[in-house]
Design a protein around this ligand. Structure first.
Ligand code: P1T
Length: 379
């Protein structure tokens, strides 16, 4: 089955009791048993729910995995992955990543005795310097949030396999439409479903996808034991959103390219971070491991003036100033005060995340209107 067909059909069966083509919202906490232990596959909705099941199967198919698991948010999904580890274990993570991921690693899990190394992975070989007998997990975001760095998943997977360490990839920015890390050697895919997969800025949800039964069982045990599950209404909305993922992503990519090309020529713009430029340091890896370059772009203004960046963002009409990304509507974000405020300024500056950086999530509106909006806001 090709991607667009999977997005619409995978994991979705007509409802067995009525034939409804849309998976119903099974708004129930529990399921009646004929005799203790004699049930129809569902016992209690923390452990399993038919609407969630359909979504989990659909996600597994899109990522070329075998098992999907949905959580109450992207961070709840990340939380479940780190709960595979024990005190004393070490994690090597990209140093450019979503601020909330940095926060859960450093402010929550360091307290439980897990050590995190945040490193540049532009050269995958750099990772080996940090591997020791305690290393259990490599955490990769690619493209990274917000600097749009590209990490070579295949090269990192070679290292993780050699040292028998798990490799998790946060695939939120790319989505399975653009990149399928399990095919490149990753063990775990993580998604903030809140973003492109939901696609309509109306749901908070996370997911993990794997293709190993033992790992799936361990994560399902954590999902059920810790209970950070998502409700059936939200699963329904995401199932509906995913049906147009391939069409939306095509337009996000087209619009993203047009916006990046406009910004790079603008006299007031200094740097534009977008992996589609041949001048991007890892453009060739992006071209190899991604099917297109996505709709996320970061840029700075000449003079690097935070107040001028604020003025531009205040003037936008169609780029709404808001956290999040990946919805049909365009959003602008100021990472230093919004999504990445929990990363200390010193650490932010090490990766080039300056106080004047603006991040755009280019939506699927008419491109002429978006360019006009940029024109008036920058002008
Ligand atoms: O917000 P939540 O669904 O819990 O997902 C967290 C998360 C994880 N990984 C990446 C790459 C993310 O971008 C996010 C959430 N990010 C934003 C809210 C943002 O505006 O960047």
């Amino acid at each position: 089955m090709k991607f667009g067909t999977k997005a619409i059909h995978a994991g979705i069966e007509p409802d067995p009791s009525t034939g409804a083509i849309m998976t119903p919202i099974y708004q129930t906490s529990t399921y009646v048993q004929a005799s203790p232990g004699d049930h129809k596959g569902f016992e209690y909705s923390r452990s399993g729910n038919p609407t969630r099941d359909a979504l989990q199967k659909n996600l597994a198919a899109l990522e070329n995995g075998t098992h999907g698991l949905c959580f109450g948010s992207g961070l709840a999904a990340i939380d479940a992955v780190i709960k595979l580890l024990s005190p004393g274990d070490e994690v090597i993570s990209t140093n450019d990543l979503y601020g909330g991921t940095y926060r859960i690693f450093t402010k929550i899990f360091e307290k439980y005795g897990i050590k995190f190394h945040f490193i540049g992975m532009g050269e995958a070989a750099n990772i080996e310097k940090y591997i020791n007998s305690n290393t259990k997990l490599i955490w990769v975001e690619t493209p990274t949030n917000p600097m749009m760095n590209i990490i070579d998943i295949k090269a990192v997977a070679r290292i993780s396999k050699k040292h028998e360490v798990l490799l998790a990839v946060d695939n939120t920015f790319a989505t399975p439409y653009l990149q399928t890390p399990l095919d490149l050697g990753a063990d775990i895919i993580m998604h903030s479903i809140t973003k492109y997969l939901g696609g309509h800025s109306d749901v908070i949800m996370g997911a993990l996808i794997v293709k190993d039964k033992k790992l799936a069982d361990e994560l399902a045990f954590i999902q059920n034991s810790c209970g950070a599950v998502t409700g059936p209404q939200d699963c329904f909305l995401v199932l509906r959103g995913i049906k147009t993922l391939h069409i939306r992503m095509q337009r996000h990519c087209e619009n993203g390219k047009a916006v990046a090309q406009y910004l790079v020529k603008h006299p007031k713009v200094d740097k534009v971070y977008w992996p589609g430029f041949e001048s991007h340091p890892n453009h060739s890896i992006a071209a190899e491991q991604m099917r297109d370059f996505g709709g996320m772009i970061s840029f700075t203004l000449k003079g690097n003036d935070r107040q001028e960046s604020f003025r531009v963002m205040e003037r936008f009409h169609f780029f709404s100033l808001a956290e999040s990304l990946g919805g049909v509507e365009s959003l602008a974000n100021h990472p230093a005060t919004m999504t990445h405020a929990s990363i200390p300024k010193k650490e932010r500056e090490k990766i080039g995340l300056s106080d004047s950086l603006i991040r755009l999530s280019v939506g699927i509106e008419n491109i002429e209107d978006l360019i006009e909006d940029l024109e008036q806001a920058l002008g």
